[in-house]
Ligand binder design. Sequence first.
Ligand code: F6R
Ligand code: ZN
Length: 170
Amino acid sequence: EKLFSIPLLPADYETYGALKTVRRLSQMKSLYADQEAADRLLENGDPVIYEVYELPHPNDETDLLVNITVLYPGYVGDEPYMTKGHFHREPDTAEAVIGLSGEGELLVQNREGELRSLKVAAGRISYAGGGWAHRVVNTGSENLVFFAVSGANIVHDYETAAELNFKKRQ
Ligand code: F6R
Ligand code: ZN
């Protein structure tokens, strides 16, 4: 049995026992187009690109993954900060992204190579059905905070998504 009601805020998630994952540039450098710009940034430290707050949950098909992500504003060269991006592997199920603050884009690409961009903003839902690799890009100047919900039994496939090279085009 699992029942809860908490504010949709990183601090409240942490109080409730959320696991916080910090993603720094060094952990995703190869995903950015401008490797020299990435190297220059890394010479002055290793910036945090985003943080994910994940509530403890059973990996059960009857549960939901209800993450909050804080994606910081910034650029690697002329490419805005973004999440790594992934497919959902077995089962390849949908994901909904609900903007909490800031603005950006949900970039999606399917296995046929079709690339689409959906707006992410406070009070908006962006929905990617199964079969779409998804990544969020912060195109604004403030933190982009968003809530993402998917089935709890998904397995993230980062490798196939990295090969897609799906990017924010200027
Ligand atoms: C869950 C989901 C999001 C992302 C999060 C970080 O399936 O899509 O909660 O996990 O925004 O992005 P990634 O996982 O691509 O590093
Ligand atoms: Zn996902």
